[in-house]
Design a protein around this ligand. Structure first.
Ligand code: CP
Ligand code: NVA
Length: 310
C-alpha cells in the first residue's frame, strides 16, 4: 500500500520516533545513505513561495543520489486545462515521489488519492508535517527527551504549523498551551480541536487554547511562534493583524515566564518586532537555525521511510 504524509497524524508515534532517530543518524553519518535514491526522482509542486522547503528537499534528494524537479504551478496547466487527478496520475508514471506546497488541503488530498506514488504535504492550509518532524528532532537533540515536556505556542492559531504541533503534542501525550486572540479567524478550527481531543484520549495529552501569553509561557520547556502573515494573507491586512497579535508576541517578558532552560523556536520565515522580538530570536535561548537545518535531515528520513528504504 502506498503511504502518504498529508498531516503529522498520518504517522503513529512509533513511526515518528523511528523517523526522528533515523534523521539524527543520517545527520551524523550522511555518507552511509549517499546511494539510497540513485535514479529516483521527486516532483515538487509549488503554489506558494519557499526558501527552506525547496532548498532542503532539493539538496536532500541530491545527497541521496536522486533528483528533485521544482515545478511551479504558474508554469502548469493545472487549474486551467487540467485537473489535479490527471496531474497526479500522469506525474506518478514518471516520478517516484511527489511533494506539494499548495493553498488548499483538498488539493493535497486529491493528489494523494490519485497518485500511485507517495505524496508529501510540503505545507497547505491544514498542516506542515515535514516541519513538525524536524521540530521534534530538534527538541530531542536539545532537551534529550520527547516526553514530560510543556510546549507553548503564541500568535496565529488558525494556522497549518499550529495544527500539526497540536497534533504531535497530542500524539506524544504532552502538555501544550496555544495562546491566541479570541475569534474564529485566529483560533484553531473546531475540526482540528476534535482531532486533538480524539488523539489525546489515547495519550492523555493536555492541549489547551488560552488567550494569555504569560499563562501559556508558565512552566514551558519550548516556546514556539509562527508568522502573523502566513503565505497568501493579503498585505492590506498586515496593520490590523499586527494589532490583534501584538499581545501574543514572544518578547523577553514572555520568555522569562517560562522555565529558565526553555528554548525558543520559529519555523521561519520570521519578522523581528512582529511575532517575536529581535532580542528573543537572536538571543541565547533561540534554536531557530538548528531547527531550520534539521529540515534537511528529517525530510531525507521521511522520503526513505515512505519509499521503504529504511
Ligand atoms: N519553514 C518553512 O517551511 O520555510 P519556507 O517557507 O521557506 O519553505
Ligand atoms: N504558517 C506559515 C508557515 C510558513 C513556513 C505559512 O503558511 O506561511
Amino acid at each position: 500500500m502506498v503511504r502518504h504524509l498529508t498531516k503529522i497524524s498520518d504517522f503513529t508515534k512509533k513511526e515518528c520516533d523511528f523517523i526522528i532517530h533515523k534523521a539524527i543518524e543520517m545527520k551524523k553519518t550522511p555518507e552511509k545513505f549517499y546511494a539510497t535514491l540513485q535514479h529516483k526522482t521527486m516532483l515538487m509542486i509549488f503554489e506558494k513561495p519557499s526558501l527552506r522547503t525547496r532548498v532542503s528537499f532539493e539538496t536532500g534528494l541530491n545527497q541521496l543520489g536522486g533528483h528533485a524537479i521544482y515545478y511551479s504551478i504558474k508554469d502548469s496547466p493545472l487549474g486551467k486545462k487540467e485537473n489535479i487527478a490527471d496531474t497526479a496520475r500522469c506525474a506518478s508514471r514518471y516520478v517516484d515521489i511527489i511533494g506539494a506546497r499548495v493553498f488548499k488541503r483538498q488539493d493535497v488530498w486529491n493528489l494523494a488519492q490519485y497518485s500511485d506514488v507517495p505524496v508529501i504535504n510540503m505545507l497547505d492550509d491544514f498542516a506542515h508535517p515535514c516541519q513538525i518532524l524536524c521540530d521534534f528532532q530538534t527538541i530531542l537533540e536539545k532537551k534529550g527527551r520527547l516526553e514530560n515536556l510543556k510546549l507553548s505556542y503564541f500568535g496565529d492559531a488558525y494556522n497549518n504549523v499550529t495544527y500539526d504541533l497540536m497534533r504531535i503534542a497530542a500524539i506524544y501525550g504532552l502538555e501544550m498551551d496555544v495562546a491566541c486572540p479570541t475569534g474564529g479567524e485566529y483560533s484553531p478550527e473546531q475540526g482540528v480541536l476534535n482531532e486533538i481531543a480524539k488523539l489525546s484520549e489515547k495519550s492523555d495529552a493536555k492541549v489547551r487554547v488560552v488567550h494569555d501569553a504569560l499563562e501559556a509561557a508558565k512552566e514551558s520547556d519550548v516556546l514556539y511562534t509562527d508568522s502573523w502573515m502566513s503565505y497568501g494573507i493579503p498585505f492590506d491586512q498586515e496593520e490590523a493583524r499586527k494589532k490583534v497579535f501584538m499581545p501574543f508576541q514572544v518578547n523577553q517578558k514572555v520568555l522569562s515566564s517560562a522555565k529558565t532552560d526553555a528554548i525558543f523556536m520559529n519555523c521561519l520565515p520570521a519578522m523581528r518586532g512582529y511575532e517575536q522580538t529581535a532580542e528573543v530570536i537572536d538571543g541565547p535561548q533561540s534554536i531557530v537555525f538548528d531547527q531550520a537545518e534539521n529540515r534537511l535531515h528529517a525530510q531525507k528520513a521521511i522520503i526513505l521511510f515512505l519509499l521503504n528504504k529504511l
